[in-house]
Design a protein around this ligand. Structure first.
Ligand SMILES: [Zn+2]
Ligand SMILES: [Zn+2]
Ligand SMILES: [Zn+2]
Ligand SMILES: [Zn+2]
Length: 331
């Protein structure tokens, strides 16, 4: 990722800094300035000072600014509303303002701004993750749909223990897991892990562990946790791929746990970290060990849980049936 491109605010048309900050979402693509926006500098305060006066739209005002709701500053999508004086606002804000135009305080009524909706229809805009590498350009109305599934959209932190709100690309999240969550990092495609828990009866306070593996130039999250499956306390281990679903399918992994001549083996495809930790867990897409079996594998006096989980990650040959369904036993 080109870090410089994150700050891809173009100042070539002479906008001052205040204006850039107020409208930063509108100036994320250099094309906008030449193709869609006004070529001349415009003073934002004109519009703000215009509040109670007649609506004069300066000819240099860009269409993008017109499509920004003056109340919440989000992009407006149909139905776009306007008051009798022509002040526009988005449908979400309309429901919140108790029939008073937030700009001129006049009664709002129920007037659609069809002209602006039509103008929006004719626009094409870059994906909002353009600065993260997405090259796509979309008609105004299908942009949101794409952005919800854009491959360049940032990932959520895959850490399961808390509601961490950090988002970013994979290298950023790997560093975040290591530095902020103190997650164990391992290099290599085989592993041999021992999970020890002194009081295995306490399944309710779900214990969990996360280890990150680095192999094939990719990162994988190995989750291990205890939870209640219906009435039965179980342990579960599964792998998530730090990347998108279509890439995750290029890999497989196996997990093995056993002792005393018994062995449980799980073989599967890692899920993408796009799928939440909880979603993977609830679909039972991993190695599940009943507590009694886990204690049996632990040996000794069953007072302590000592599980040795070995595993391997490998790269699959190109998979022809790439559209295969993901199991979801709960749905
Ligand atoms: Zn709004
Ligand atoms: Zn008004
Ligand atoms: Zn995109
Ligand atoms: Zn985090």
């Amino acid at each position: 990722m080109d870090l410089d491109s994150i700050e891809c605010v173009s100042t070539s048309d002479g906008m001052d800094e205040d204006e850039i900050q107020q409208h930063h979402t509108l100036y994320t693509h250099p094309r906008q300035n030449s193709d869609f926006s006004s070529a001349k500098p415009r003073n934002v305060s004109n519009i703000n000072n215009n509040i109670a006066g007649p609506t004069v739209i300066a000819p240099t005002t860009s269409v993008h600014e017109l499509l920004e709701c003056p109340v919440c500053t989000n992009s407006m999508y149909p139905p776009i509303h306007q008051c009798h004086n022509g002040h526009t606002l988005c449908s979400t804000c309309k429901t919140r303002v108790h029939n008073r135009c937030p700009t001129c305080r006049q009664e709002l009524g129920d007037i659609r701004c069809l002209a602006l909706e039509k103008v929006a229809e004719s626009l094409e805009l870059p994906c909002k993750y353009h600065s993260l590498g997405c090259p796509e350009i979309f008609p105004y109305y299908s942009k949101l749909k794409h952005e919800a599934v854009c491959n360049f959209r940032p990932y959520n932190c895959p850490y399961a223990g808390s509601d961490c709100s950090v988002v970013g690309d994979i290298p950023f999240l790997v560093a975040h897991l290591r530095d902020d969550h103190k997650v164990d990092m391992h290099t290599g495609c085989t592993f041999n892990h021992r999970y020890v828990k002194s009081n295995p009866r306490e399944v309710e306070n779900a214990t969990w562990m996360l280890t990150v593996f680095h192999c094939f130039g990719q990162y994988f999250c190995l989750h291990f946790e205890a939870f209640q499956l219906g009435m039965a306390p179980v342990y579960m281990a599964f792998l998530r791929f730090m990347g998108d679903e279509n890439e995750a399918r290029n890999y497989s992994y196996s997990l093995e746990v056993g002792a005393n001549g018994r062995k449980l083996i799980w073989e599967g495809t890692p899920r993408s970290v796009r799928d939440s930790h909880r979603k993977v867990r609830d679909s039972h897409d991993g190695l599940i060990i009943q507590r009694n079996m886990a204690l049996f594998f632990s040996g000794g006096d069953r007072k302590e849980l000592k599980l040795r989980v070995t595993g391997r990650i490998w790269k699959e040959q190109q998979n022809p049936d790439a559209g295969v369904c993901i199991p979801n036993l709960c749905s």
